[in-house]
Write a protein that binds this ligand. Structure first.
Ligand code: AMP
Length: 317
């Protein structure tokens, strides 16, 4: 375990990353991977702490994945602060052994064995889906899809999102070759999709789901919170308030999901938040349920100004 205050090794090349992992594994060490897009906060750091419970060495990846953003989304304004991230990683209890921060995981021009010149696939890709990867055009055309789980919730308004997530996580798994990977339940659908992908494709990697970290006032921590104005941040508190209200109503015996959804939606829209979705779904299948009889998760996405936030709460009665 790296001691607190230790500088993690910074690795940018995928060959170098794989070499490091293989070397460590040959010494009998197990590796835990925490994939992130950077601009780290306590939520990310809690995943690192969780990873320490499952492996000897920790790799944190920092990579803003263009494959999960559509050209109209916020890739260009996604916040970053590499220096600040490194300071945070240095201070995390247990430390971090390596940070993998590649420049572009869709640029194959330097790969050995890549003889052909990458063609520009442009937006005319076969699937009809266009992310910032096809938009740039660099020959990448292989995507991983978790067909049913990717469709609802965030997948409805962000059709390229989970295809991009599953693909980049697959790439990271092949490059880092971890024993364990930790994902936040803040992105509940993402966590379930990665679990399913790992099961279906026989990755020998344990997937751990880690609890949501919130600010003191209940707002789920997110890198995107930095874009909220003070007024919008105040309004955004309505998401966690709405979820708590629904959870306590369910505990009081109000188990009809339409009622609970109305209650939550009203709490958010009253403040001026704009709902993308508010769905109560089964925790495993993510299928909508009409009445709470078994453990469910209430998932909400809402806009506050130009910022789209997601949050969720598990409810079992
Ligand atoms: P991101 O950098 O937003 O892609 O997130 C990287 C990882 O951190 C994902 O597994 C997220 O689910 C997780 N994460 C983000 N915010 C939180 C939070 N507030 N609590 C716990 N995990 C989080």
């Amino acid at each position: 375990m790296a001691p607190k205050g230790k500088h993690p090794l910074i690795i940018t090349g995928k060959d170098e990353m794989r070499k490091w992992s293989r070397q460590m594994r040959s010494q009998g060490k197990t590796i835990g991977l925490v994939p992130t897009m950077g601009y780290l906060h306590q939520g990310h750091l809690s995943l690192i702490q969780e990873a320490h419970n499952h492996s000897n060495l920790i790799v944190v990846s920092i990579y803003v994945n263009p494959g999960q953003f559509s050209p109209s989304e916020d890739l260009s304004t996604y916040p970053s602060d590499f220096h600040g991230d490194m300071l945070k990683l240095k201070s995390v209890p247990g430390g971090v052994d390596a940070v993998f921060c590649p420049k572009n995981l869709y640029d194959y021009s330097n790969d050995s064995g890549e003889k052909q010149k990458s063609e520009n696939l442009g937006s005319g890709c076969a699937s009809g889906l266009v992310s910032c990867v096809e938009d740039k055009g660099n020959g990448h055309e292989t995507w991983v899809r978790v067909e049913r789980l990717e469709k609802g919730l965030c997948g409805k308004s962000r059709p390229v999102f989970f295809r991009g997530v599953a693909t980049i996580v697959t790439k990271l798994f092949h490059i880092v070759e971890p024993d364990v990977a930790v994902f936040g339940k803040k992105d509940y659908q993402q966590w379930r999709i990665i679990q399913r992908m790992v099961r279906d494709l026989d990755f020998a990697i344990e997937i751990v789901g880690s609890e949501i970290m919130r600010d003191r006032d209940g707002l789920a921590m997110s890198s995107r919170n930095v874009h909220l104005s003070p007024e919008e941040r105040e309004k955004a508190l309505s998401i966690s308030r709405a979820l708590l209200k629904a959870k306590s109503a369910a505990k009081d015996g109000r188990v009809k999901c339409s009622e609970l959804k109305d209650l939550a939606i009203l709490t958010i829209t009253k403040t001026g938040g704009r709902i993308d979705y508010a769905e109560i779904v089964d925790q495993d299948s993510l299928e909508a349920v009409t009445e709470i009889k078994s453990p469910v998760v209430f998932c909400i996405a809402a806009w506050f100004g130009k910022v789209r936030l997601i949050d969720n709460m598990e409810i079992s009665i």
